[in-house]
Design a protein around this ligand. Structure first.
Ligand code: SF4
Ligand code: SF4
Length: 66
């Protein structure tokens, strides 16, 4: 399972990049993206997905399969 960043909502603030324990978040075309191969949804590391926790935009980070 992985999360993904909705391009139309992301403001490219960059807050989610440093908090990711698996370094799945990376700058991409002026915004940020999540590498689904690296995203673990923070399982085993944190109770909540850390990127979701810091992102100030509603519905910006969502499940990849939604
Ligand atoms: S859910 Fe966790 S592992 Fe996945 S991108 Fe967000 S911070 Fe990184
Ligand atoms: S915290 Fe949210 S708005 Fe900021 S770069 Fe990450 S996904 Fe985009």
């Amino acid at each position: 399972m992985a999360l993904t960043i909705v391009k139309d909502v992301c403001t490219a603030c960059g807050d989610c990049e440093p908090v990711c324990p698996t370094k799945a978040v990376y700058p991409h075309k002026g915004l940020y993206a999540i590498d689904p191969e690296k995203c673990t949804e923070c399982e085993g590391e944190h109770d909540e997905p850390q990127c979701l926790d810091v992102c100030m935009e509603d519905d910006c980070i969502i499940p990849l399969d939604s």
